[in-house]
Each structure stands twice: as structure tokens, then as C-alpha cells.
Design a protein around this ligand. Structure first.
Ligand SMILES: CC(C)(COP(=O)(O)OP(=O)(O)OC[C@H]1O[C@@H](n2cnc3c(N)ncnc32)[C@H](O)[C@@H]1OP(=O)(O)O)[C@@H](O)C(=O)NCCC(=O)NCCS
Length: 285
């Protein structure tokens, strides 16, 4: 894995240039940046962990269990089943996506990528129930990356354009917040910012993913500062009642408004990753 934290100049974060005295006044904030600043202030309070604490929640980060990316592993730990049940129930959405219900009636979202990915979880205290999650897979661990499967040539072109190889890339997926916790302007966004922080903690340089657009889910990533790759077009995904796009971002290309949040979360995620001894072991409290 590359441990370089550098990034191509085209994807540099917005930092003030060094200029002469007459040019040193900051440019007026754009309406987008003003809005982001308002959202960041609402989101963070003193810090994201303290915001989570005030909501009775905690962040839990887990490393890959292992396996071959095709779902073959001797025995998946129970917490993988907990995530798959949580997602199954949330994504089933009262029957809107029937494929998440098994013939026996159980709600489940089994996916082989779960075993090779990092998992970011928000849990409620004191019952420890999962109320939101995101999965983040190292690209080289995925035999069937969703972005590569969409268009292998365009995907290869994206790597070249960003000066990256596959060991620089993370492929996030399955960002899910439990229905009753949605639209608070916080939890989905906190998980997306934590994805950026995980990328920094792991020394990755690029994130690519295929978010849904029908409920404007992709807007949360636009808000953070990532972009749609229009050259991929859109893909209907009838099985999940959605239309997907391809987006690209980087751990260091989040908007300046969110920088304090991402920097703070990176320290938290980094110490969580370091405190785990075995792959897949609990990484946080
Ligand atoms: C998409 C999802 C994760 C968003 O989580 P959430 O907790 O509701 O999002 P937040 O409340 O943190 O939203 C933060 C900001 O992101 C943007 N945003 C989030 N969801 C949005 C939506 N559906 N439409 C437009 N903007 C949205 C908004 O700017 C929002 O800030 P604002 O409320 O101040 O305008 C959640 O709706 C969900 O779980 N949906 C079902 C599963 C799914 O579709 N996942 C996405 C797969 S890509």
C-alpha cells in the first residue's frame, strides 16, 4: 500500500496562496462555501465525537475480516451478520426494494465485499445497536469493483488522470442511515467525512464510488466537495430501485469548511485502527 499523502495538483485542497500585501484579503465566500460553513458549524460543535456523544451515539471502526472478495471465508464473525441485517432492513424500505427480503421473510443484505472492507458504524448507547453504516473497500481487494465493472477503460483512465494505481484507491459503498435518524443534516454527512478520514489514515489518495441519485443521495458527496464523472453517464439499477452515477473524490479534496472535522476524525480513526490487534477485531469504543 502506498503511504504517500501527496496528491496531484489538480486535486489539491483549497488553501490560501501566498500573495503580496495588496492581494492578501481573502476572496469573498461563495454561496456554496457559506452554506458549507453553516453546515460544518452545526455538525461539529466542539468536535464530531462530542456531537455524537450528545446524540447518544458512538463511532465504531472495523478492519477487514479477510477472504477472497468473493465471499469465501471460513467463518464470518457475528458483527458482519449484524451489519447485513441492519442494511437489509433499512434498504428494504417497507417493500420498496423486495430483493432484501429472503424467501423465509428475513431482511438481509449479504455481500461478499463486506469481508474485505473496512466498516464505519454509528451505534446507539447503551444498546449498541447499529443506526448507520458505510463500507469502504481497498480497490486491490475487490475482484469485481463496481466502478471497474461499469466501464473498465474509463476506470483505468481515471486512475491515470489522478496519477494513482489501485493501491491508492478506496471504493466506498452501502452508506445507510436508519430511516428514523435521517435528514438531521448530520449522520450521513459524518459518515462521509469519516470515509475521507479513513482514506487519510490508510495513506490512500483517491476514492471512487457509485452512489444512487433518485433520492439525491449523491448530493451529500457533492456537498463534501467530490465530483460526478459525467463521462460514465448514468446506470439504472432496477434491483435497488435507483439510478447510479460514478463519483470521484479524495481524502484531501474535501471542502475547506469541513477540514477541521476531517482532521479531527482522522486522529480518532487512526488511533482506532492502531488499537486493533487482529483483523476484524473491534477498533473502537
Ligand atoms: C443518503 C443517506 C445516507 C443520507 O443520510 P442522512 O443522515 O439523511 O444525511 P444528512 O442528514 O447527514 O445530510 C447532510 C447533507 O447532505 C445533503 N443530503 C443528504 N441527503 C440528501 C438528499 N436525499 N437530497 C438532497 N441532499 C441531501 C444535504 O445537503 C444535507 O444537509 P442539509 O440537510 O443541511 O441540506 C440516507 O438518506 C439513507 O440512508 N438513504 C437510504 C440508503 C441510500 O440511498 N444510501 C445512499 C447510497 S449512495
Amino acid at each position: 500500500m502506498s503511504t504517500s499523502l501527496s496528491y496531484p495538483s489538480s486535486t489539491m485542497p483549497e488553501t490560501p496562496d501566498r500573495k503580496g500585501p495588496s492581494e492578501s484579503r481573502p476572496a469573498p465566500a461563495t454561496p456554496d462555501e457559506t452554506r458549507r460553513g453553516r453546515i460544518a458549524a452545526r455538525l461539529c460543535g466542539p468536535s464530531i465525537p462530542s456531537t455524537l456523544d450528545s446524540l447518544g451515539l458512538r463511532l465504531d471502526v472495523r478492519g477487514p475480516v479477510g477472504g477472497d472478495g468473493a465471499g469465501n471465508v471460513d467463518q464470518a464473525p457475528e458483527w458482519i451478520g449484524d451489519i447485513q441485517r441492519f442494511r437489509g432492513e433499512a434498504l428494504w424500505e417497507e417493500g420498496m426494494r423486495p430483493q432484501f427480503q429472503s424467501a423465509g421473510g428475513a431482511l438481509l443484505d449479504p455481500d461478499p465485499h463486506d469481508l474485505v472492507a473496512y466498516h464505519l458504524l454509528l451505534r446507539s448507547r447503551p444498546d449498541d445497536a447499529i443506526i448507520a453504516c458505510a463500507r469502504v473497500a481497498p480497490l486491490e481487494a475487490l475482484p469485481d469493483s463496481r466502478v471497474r465493472a461499469w466501464d473498465p477503460a474509463l476506470a483505468a483512465g481515471l486512475l491515470v488522470a489522478h496519477g494513482c494505481d489501485e493501491r491508492d484507491v478506496l471504493e466506498p459503498a452501502r452508506l445507510v442511515v436508519a430511516p428514523r435518524w435521517r435528514a438531521t443534516g448530520r449522520l450521513g454527512l459524518i459518515l462521509v467525512l469519516t470515509i475521507a478520514s479513513l482514506g487519510r489514515a490508510l495513506g490512500r489518495r483517491m476514492l471512487w464510488f457509485t452512489p444512487g441519485t433518485r433520492q439525491n443521495q449523491h448530493r451529500i458527496m457533492l456537498l463534501v466537495g467530490w465530483r460526478i464523472c459525467e463521462e460514465f453517464g448514468r446506470q439504472d439499477a432496477p434491483a435497488i430501485a435507483d439510478t447510479l452515477c460514478v463519483m470521484v473524490g479524495g481524502p484531501y479534496t474535501t471542502s475547506v469548511s469541513f477540514e477541521p472535522a476531517v482532521a479531527g476524525l482522522t486522529e480518532v480513526v487512526d488511533s482506532m485502527l492502531r488499537s486493533g490487534d487482529e483483523p476484524g477485531e473491534r477498533r473502537a469504543t
